[in-house]
Design a protein around this ligand. Structure first.
Ligand code: ATP
Ligand code: MG
Length: 278
């Protein structure tokens, strides 16, 4: 490692740039901290996502990516910091505003998070049945379409319980549920982990298509570097509880930052693994 990178320099959070005049800020996270007991997991996250943009978040396992995402979905309470998503200030929400906020987003959880008591059809159709209050006959064709978009044989699996599907199929059912309402914001926590390469490409294309056709804003956590570089307008790197880089793929690729260099090379020696090897 080159000497100019002191620990302090390496852990330095990036300062979020001014919002360009032609962009609209959609998600603004500032000084977000999260502690679980004595463990200080998020140590001052600053991140901006512009409307219509796809940002991917990279970081080692256990670095706090899902913890960050859970703040955005509201499944973790905001202890310290500020999160604004569109008109919603997540520190200042009541039940009604949470409901309204959640209606505007689609979430793909790291683990499928399907309801075991419902069929595949009802799991995927739930946002339409509950939020839009459509009838079953109206919902069914949209469920079938959503399942086809994630390459699932809809007609064969509509009536099955999620537990009758393989892990990768469950994941795709979760994806279908997230996209069925074509929401303004999609939050994906490892949408392609455990899927075959063909389906991975399909999911990447779907993200790009939703962005291109509907202007969907997406925040995607992934360990899949190919996917990150394919779909992202900007890539953010989470390290030691902070966002230490946030830039377009080309800049990330060319970065001399030792943490990024190690992540991109997959090397087992470097700052990411120092704690385990020294
Ligand atoms: N509810 C919780 N209670 C206590 N500790 C937690 C809780 N949720 C997460 N943590 C801790 O926070 C850290 C970050 O976890 P998180 O799930 O956010 O990591 P991650 O970056 O998503 O990892 P992976 O890539 O493996 O999914 C871990 O050390 C985890 O043990
Ligand atoms: Mg995670």
């Amino acid at each position: 490692m080159s000497e100019e990178w002191s620990d302090e320099a390496m852990e330095q959070a990036v300062t979020m740039p001014e919002v360009p005049a032609d962009r609209e800020l959609f998600i603004r996270i500032r000084a977000l901290h999260k502690r679980f007991g004595p463990r200080h997991i998020l140590r001052g996250i600053d991140l901006d996502v512009y409307r219509g943009e796809t940002v991917t978040i990279l970081g080692l396992s256990g670095s706090g990516k899902s913890t960050l995402m859970k703040h955005l979905t509201g499944s973790l309470r905001l202890d310290e910091g500020h999160i604004q998503v569109g008109p919603y200030d997540l520190a200042d929400m009541n039940r009604r505003t949470w409901d309204a906020y959640r209606r505007d987003m689609g979430v793909v959880f790291q683990h499928a998070a399907l309801l075991g008591s419902l069929t595949v059809e009802d799991n995927v159709g739930l946002p339409l049945l509950e939020v839009e209050r459509l009838s079953r006959s109206e919902v069914r064709p949209r469920v079938i379409e959503a399942l086809h978009r994630v390459f699932l044989p809809a007609e064969e699996i509509l009536h099955l319980s999620p537990s009758d599907l393989s892990g990768g199929m469950q994941k795709r059912v979760g994806l279908a549920r997230a996209i069925i309402r074509e929401p303004a914001l999609l939050l994906y926590d490892e949408p392609t982990t455990g899927l075959d390469p063909v389906t991975v490409s399909g999911v990447n294309e779907l993200t790009l298509e939703l962005q291109g056709r509907l202007g969907v804003t997406s925040l995607v956590i992934t360990h899949d570097l190919d996917a990150a570089f394919t779909i992202a307008d900007r890539i953010a790197m989470l390290y030691k509880g902070r966002i230490i880089a946030c830039a377009p793929p080309d800049e990330i690729r060319q970065s001399q930052h030792p943490v990024l260099q190690q992540l991109l090379s997959g090397s087992t020696t470097g700052p990411l693994t120092e704690a385990f090897t020294t």
